[in-house]
Design a protein around this ligand. Structure first.
Ligand SMILES: CC(C)(COP(=O)(O)OP(=O)(O)OC[C@H]1O[C@@H](n2cnc3c(N)ncnc32)[C@H](O)[C@@H]1OP(=O)(O)O)[C@@H](O)C(=O)NCCC(=O)NCCS
Length: 146
């Protein structure tokens, strides 16, 4: 089945929110929604949907960041979020989405693209490597109550 890509608009907020929830199911709705308007209005962000049979089946959120771990240039393109509905995984949808995000970042003058995922997200790690990304660093996040 053919996959096409389109940039999202403010009309797509409900679907986009659902896909965000798919990536971060435990995040509170306020947290998942608080930056959506800013992202839609920003030149340094782009969100793309992958479409199959006229319906959105996945998305990538890309951003221009000043710094990307492991990168040698600045600014760089960054994959902030990546999601494909479970029943359509393994068909190349994420690959097509990534290509769109990379083309967009290239158009913004970037020569490197960076991304991250959780250590236990084997599918995402495999997909990154298959799509030409190499592991640059491992980070540990800490919190202290104040
Ligand atoms: C990660 C994710 C976006 C990949 O989407 P996808 O559409 O299934 O990926 P693709 O079909 O485009 O696969 C891209 C490559 O990765 C490989 N790959 C994808 N999933 C894989 C898996 N579970 N195991 C092994 N390889 C995998 C594919 O074989 C393909 O390589 P190829 O081109 O050589 O065949 C999808 O699994 C997902 O939405 N996961 C939940 C959300 C998430 O974890 N997002 C990432 C963190 S932000």
């Amino acid at each position: 089945m053919e996959i096409s890509i389109r940039r999202i608009t403010s009309d797509d907020q409900d679907e986009w929110f659902k896909m965000r929830k798919g990536i971060w199911p435990d995040a509170p709705d306020e947290y998942l929604g608080f930056d959506m308007d800013d992202i839609l209005a920003s030149d340094e962000d782009a969100v793309f949907f992958a479409m199959m049979d006229g319906r959105p089946v996945g998305m990538v959120e890309a951003r221009i960041r000043e710094y990307g771990e492991g990168c040698e240039t600045s600014p760089v393109g960054y994959i902030e979020g990546w999601f494909v509905y479970p029943e359509l995984r393994g068909k190349g949808v994420a690959g097509v989405l990534t290509q769109a995000a990379e083309d967009w970042a290239r158009g913004k003058g970037c020569t490197e693209m960076a991304s991250d995922t959780w250590l236990d997200n084997a599918a995402s790690i495999r997909a990154h490597v298959k799509l030409g990304y190499f592991e640059a660093e491992r980070l540990v996040h800490f919190v202290k109550q104040l």
